[in-house]
Design a protein around this ligand. Structure first.
Ligand SMILES: *[C@@H]1O[C@H](CO)[C@@H](O)[C@H](O)[C@H]1NC(C)=O
Ligand SMILES: *[C@@H]1O[C@H](CO)[C@@H](O)[C@H](O)[C@H]1NC(C)=O
Length: 242
């Protein structure tokens, strides 16, 4: 249903974060699905528009929204998820921005997904709720190498695995935490799932992306595997609001 590419790109930590403003933060990534398209005045478009409006109201108070509008074959399914620490107004700003930006980037695709630091927005003409999205996924990493990759990689995996266990048993399906590194340095981590998943599927999704650590982020000071159903992030500096 969605593009099966697993994309990677290099993440320039210092830049990406400093240029963010309170308004339109930069898009991290998006995919347009080529499996089905619609044309102008297609009933699907009206359903998608209504769904986007609905999710921008439904998602912000709880940080997650899920919905479907219309009847088959023009039914549109979608979800919006904000990072667990994001406030209701910031969540709203992000979801509204995401809903408008993705339509510009994928104007005639029936399915699409877009990610920001603060939120994720996804829709499709096929029902996808409760299923782990293994197709839409990308990596980000910090260019800087750590000085002791072996012990650092082990610590990272340990922290993220612990946070995966916390996330799947939390109603918000979100966890953050930190671990001591050598010296006075600390490692900060985050895990999160979309709340359409069962807790078992959330755990499975997170375990799956944590297995990708050696591919995405071997010995890197920071990294993320970001998918349509779950994601993790780790850094050597704090990156969530307390
Ligand atoms: C949808 O449009 C894209 C881009 O124009 C095209 O590559 C793709 O084959 C189309 N998909 C279908 C199912 O027509
Ligand atoms: C990190 O290590 C890789 C692989 O050894 C190397 O290609 C890269 O230049 C290093 N990055 C920095 C910022 O030193």
């Amino acid at each position: 249903m969605f593009s099966s590419r697993v994309a990677s790109f290099v993440y320039l930590l210092a830049l990406a974060f400093l240029v963010q403003t309170a308004f339109g933060a930069d898009t991290l990534f998006h995919f347009c699905s080529n499996s089905a398209n619609f044309s102008a005045y297609d009933p699907y478009e009206a359903n998608l528009k209504e769904l986007t409006g609905y999710l921008s109201i439904q998602a912000p108070p709880k940080g997650f929204g899920l919905g479907s509008i219309g009847q088959k074959p023009n039914q549109a399914y979608g979800l919006a998820l904000c990072r667990g620490d994001v406030s209701t107004p910031d969540c709203k700003t992000c979801v509204v921005e995401a809903g408008s930006e993705i339509r510009k980037r994928c104007p005639y695709n029936k399915g699409a997904i877009i990610w920001y630091d603060n939120c994720l927005f996804k829709y499709s003409n096929m029902e996808f709720f409760g299923q782990i999205d293994n197709r839409n996924r990308f990596y980000m990493w910090n260019l800087n190498n750590v000085s002791e990759p072996q012990s650092f990689n082990a610590k990272t995996k340990e922290l993220l695995s612990e946070l995966a266990n916390q996330a799947y048993s939390n109603p918000k399906m979100y966890a953050v935490g930190e671990a001591e590194l050598y010296g006075s340095n600390k490692l900060y981590g985050l895990t999160q799932c979309t709340r359409d998943l069962s807790s078992t599927e959330c755990k499975k999704c997170l375990d799956g992306i944590i297995e990708e650590l050696p591919t995405c982020c071997d010995g890197k000071e920071g990294g993320r595997v970001v998918g349509g159903s779950c994601n993790f992030r780790y850094e050597i500096y704090p990156f969530v609001n307390a």
